[in-house]
Design a protein around this ligand. Structure first.
Ligand code: C2E
Ligand code: MG
Ligand code: MG
Ligand code: MG
Length: 282
């Protein structure tokens, strides 16, 4: 009887696995085609300066305009793209689109916007990556100061020469570097000395419970104080409620990003917001 059960279990699992990998393979092929067919869309989420409520920049966030499934969010395909290596072509497409858009805002208005683009470590491991970025900036006629690249803490600890080389070269080109999801990765801060970055983005997990008598307030304050003593700007991610904003202001945080300010917007909606915002500021 046990043998019989085991046989069934085995058959069951292979069937499940086969279905799973078939679906994966389809998704992988669809994504490969989506990159070629230009189905990737970039949305832009504004960041706000807390001292004067001006827009300090925009984070470029990829979406997949899928012909059947509609707008697919990165949480549903970034991991697969990382595992299959498609992230390199995807990341290149996003970088190109984001620079073209930033160039449009710079040359056509309504106002220049610094655009932040998320990178995968696989892009940074390419020996020619910094040169590729230089090429894109030239092609788009975008000054380097209007591009920021978001890296995660673990990337600074990569034991691949090309990574350190690219980081140094990008920085020398005048491109801003930000540490994304700060506080959730490695606890060693030594990399901040070796790799001078410009910005720390405090991860959403520390912002969520601000004002609820949690340890997060102490952590957030400490991150802001440390960043400022190293001459770094601090951006708080995932700001959703007024109370969080009030605490961040009190702690001297420089910039905020989150649904309270705005959800990520299409390029057209972001442009409209810039126009309105400029009207308000004048
Ligand atoms: P991330 O870089 O930390 O981006 C912030 C994420 O938080 C975005 O999710 C954004 O929509 C979301 N968010 C912003 N404000 C709020 C808020 O107030 N509350 C909450 N709950 N969430 C908020 P999204 O667009 O789904 O992207 C998720 C992640 O996917 C990004 O996290 C980033 O790690 C990755 N990703 C997105 N685009 C790219 C890309 O072009 N390349 C790479 N390598 N990764 C990307
Ligand atoms: Mg990011
Ligand atoms: Mg983040
Ligand atoms: Mg994140």
């Amino acid at each position: 009887h046990a043998k019989h059960l085991g046989g069934n279990t085995y058959r069951f699992f292979t069937r499940e696995l086969r279905a799973y990998s078939l679906e994966r393979l389809q998704l992988e092929n669809q994504l490969r085609k989506a990159i070629e067919d230009n189905q990737l869309v970039v949305h832009y989420q504004p960041k706000l300066h807390l001292n004067d409520d001006s827009i300090s920049g925009a984070e470029a966030l990829v979406r997949w305009q899928h012909p059947q499934r509609g707008l697919v969010m990165p949480g549903d395909f970034i991991d697969m793209a990382e595992e299959t290596g498609l992230i390199i072509a995807l990341g290149d497409a996003v970088l190109h689109k984001a620079c073209r858009q930033a160039s449009h805002w710079y040359h056509q208005g309504p106002t220049p916007v610094c655009v932040s683009v998320n990178l995968s470590v696989q892009q940074l491991r390419q020996s020619h990556f910094a040169r590729r970025v230089q090429h894109i900036l030239e092609e788009c006629q975008l000054p380097a100061e209007y591009l920021e690249l978001e890296l995660t803490e673990s990337m600074f600890l990569e034991h691949v020469d090309a990574v350190a080389h690219n980081i140094a070269e990008l920085r020398a080109m005048g491109i801003r570097l930000a540490v994304d999801d700060f506080g959730t990765g490695y606890s060693s801060l030594a990399y901040l000395k070796r790799f001078p970055v410009d910005t720390l983005k405090i991860d959403r997990v520390f912002v969520t419970d601000l004002g609820q008598h949690s340890q997060d307030a102490a952590i957030t304050r400490a991150i802001i104080a440390m960043a400022h003593s190293l001459d770094l700007r601090v951006v708080a991610e995932g700001v959703e409620r007024d109370v969080q904003l009030a605490y961040l202001k009190q702690y001297g945080c420089d910039e905020v990003q989150g649904y309270l300010i705005s959800r990520p917007l299409s390029a057209a909606d972001f442009t409209a917001m810039l126009q309105e915002h400029r009207g308000l500021m004048n």
